[in-house]
Design a binder for this molecule. Structure first.
Ligand SMILES: Cc1cc2nc3c(=O)[nH]c(=O)nc-3n(C[C@H](O)[C@H](O)[C@H](O)COP(=O)(O)OP(=O)(O)OC[C@H]3O[C@@H](n4cnc5c(N)ncnc54)[C@H](O)[C@@H]3O)c2cc1C
Length: 509
């Protein structure tokens, strides 16, 4: 039987970083990935003359060399920073809500963002400044918590990050109100909510503030050759460090000890058993406890079932036979809503008919030669806040898919005045079924467990130690302590990988 100090299940963002951290910590490591390519969502695919990005609209917190973000620093520590070519996203976003006659373009840079908001909403400056000051404190408090592997000293937290502690258990909307932010400014600042997929009544303030701050403070980036470039850089690094990678290989069982229930090994889909005492699972706890483990404590089942799945994803990818100017597509990043009240919009996203929200990107606005001259690529994403696609019959599936795609195109054309329909050369659609099949995400969720205030960033970071319930089993990726999103998944892989190195040293191999 082959033996490893650690096995990482899943080569998504979290799994790839965890594997590098384990290898850097001296652990003999195996990474298994069920798909034939690494990256999970972080990948690309080709249709005709277009290479589409599968997921990444924009990576926050990377930042240029003279304003490095935490992800940039992490990538340098991992030894992958030099392997990737980055491009900067030009502006933060354009948010359009025709029902509210709102059409706002927001720039990157905290000062520029606040100035622009003041133009749209005179009198908003003070509350916006307070928001960004608080958001920066959130970032620093998180950095401190991660640096001590979740063992934050409460005295230091209260002394150095008092406002963070005070805001920690409140929702975004509660803090916006406390900051006395004018309603229109709140509406514009709320635009990013769909990236985290919980309504701002439910979403933990620290999670939202952390994300917005990371985007606005250092701008956003994307790799030149799509997110697949990052995934390949990490694979190359794992191999340089002597790690083993098995693609096309699914972990089908986690073996546990009859004595203490701790990890003893992994069974692969070819029947091979791998001996290990340490696993980092880059997949859903629902999958691990529901399918991969035979003996699960009731406590685990209850705490996992108490969590709420975040949005189920639907994405339409278009290859267009005209450049963005000809199409009238002016911006890189659009948020189109029926209402900027995230609570109402969230409710509308519980049905296929009622959901008309979209986050849309035109890659050529950041990278003009991303596709052949005279063409463009666009991605349109929405989320479903209930398992509505699970109720679509196989007979109706194609029809419903086309219905949603058609609605997305009409919506975009109506709200922006662009003309894209007659220019479609390639079209590809991913529904929640695609995400469930491709990455094994229950119900096709693309953001892990929803960021509720009781299950948001701060509680998860502070519960890191209590969450280590099965000896040798840790989690990385969108379902774990840093929640979902590219940078969050990378940070969770960093934490779980380093924690597992500590476990190996402490508990012996
Ligand atoms: C359309 C779309 C747009 C997005 N846009 C953005 C964005 O702009 N910015 C941002 O920050 N985030 C974005 N996200 C979210 C981001 O992609 C995810 O949060 C992140 O990639 C999740 O990483 P992960 O580590 O959880 O791994 P995942 O990508 O979930 O990968 C998990 C991997 O584990 C493998 N696996 C699972 N079970 C097993 C098993 N038993 N054996 C072997 N392998 C297994 C899967 O095949 C998969 O490769 C987007 C997501 C989507 C779908």
């Amino acid at each position: 039987m082959k033996k490893y100090d650690a096995v990482v299940i899943g080569a998504g963002n979290g799994g790839l970083v965890a594997a590098i951290r384990l290898l850097q910590g001296g652990a003999k490591t195996l990474l298994v990935e069920k798909h034939n390519l690494p990256g999970g969502f972080a990948t690309s695919f080709r249709r005709g003359r277009f290479e589409f990005e599968a997921s990444l609209h924009e990576l926050n917190d990377y930042g240029p060399d003279n304003n490095k973000g935490d992800v940039h620093v992490l990538f340098e520590e991992l030894g992958v920073a030099d392997k990737i070519d980055w491009i900067q996203i030009p502006d933060a976003y354009r948010v359009i809500c025709q029902n509210e006659k709102l059409d706002a373009r927001m720039p990157f840079g905290v000062d520029a963002f606040i100035d622009q908001m003041e133009k749209y909403v005179p009198g908003s400056r003070t509350s916006m400044r307070k928001f960004f000051d608080l958001a920066e404190e959130v970032r620093l408090a998180q950095a401190y918590t991660s640096s001590v592997n979740g063992n934050a000293d409460s005295k230091i937290m209260v002394r150095d990050y008092g406002n963070f502690v005070r805001a920690g258990s409140y929702s975004v909307n509660e803090v916006f109100k406390a900051l006395k932010m004018p309603l229109k400014a709140r509406r514009i600042l709320s635009a990013y909510w769909c990236y985290l997929g919980a309504s701002l009544d439910d979403m933990s303030f620290v999670h939202y503030a952390s994300m917005v701050n990371r985007y606005i403070m250092r701008g956003a980036s994307t790799p030149k050759m799509r997110s697949h470039e990052i995934s390949l850089a990490m694979v190359e690094r794992i191999r340089e460090l002597g790690g083993d990678i098995l693609l096309n290989t699914e972990a089908v069982k986690i073996l546990t000890s009859p004595k203490d229930g701790g990890v003893e090994g992994v069974v692969l889909d070819n029947g091979e058993e791998i001996a290990t005492h340490h696993i980092v699972a880059n997949c859903a706890p629902h999958l691990v406890y529901g399918k991969l483990m035979d003996h699960v404590k009731e406590e685990e089942i209850k705490s996992t079932n108490a969590r709420k799945f975040a949005g189920r994803g639907f994405t339409m990818f278009l290859g267009l036979d005209a450049d963005p100017d000809t199409l009238g597509v002016e911006d890189y990043n659009y948020f189109l809503y029926d209402t900027t009240d995230s609570v109402k919009q969230y409710e509308m996203m519980k049905t296929i008919e009622g959901n008309n929200a979209q986050a849309t990107v035109c890659l050529n606005r950041a990278l003009p030669d991303a596709s052949p001259k005279g063409t463009s690529m666009m991605y349109f994403t929405t989320l479903y806040m209930d398992d509505v696609w699970g109720k679509v019959s196989p007979e109706n599936y194609q029809k419903v898919k086309n219905y949603v795609a058609d609605k997305m195109i009409s919506r975009f054309e109506r709200d922006t005045g662009a003309h894209i329909r007659e220019h479609i050369e390639e079209i590809s659609i991913a529904t929640p079924m695609t995400y469930a099949r491709y990455c094994l995400h229950p119900e096709g969720v693309i953001y892990g467990y929803e960021s509720q205030y009781w299950d948001g960033l701060m509680p998860r970071l502070q519960m890191m130690n209590e969450d280590y319930k099965v000896r040798g089993l840790r989690f990385a990726g969108g379902y774990s302590m840093r929640l979902s999103g590219y940078s969050s998944a990378y940070f969770s892989g960093d934490i779980s990988g380093r924690q597992t190195v500590g476990d190996i040293k402490r508990e012996g191999k």
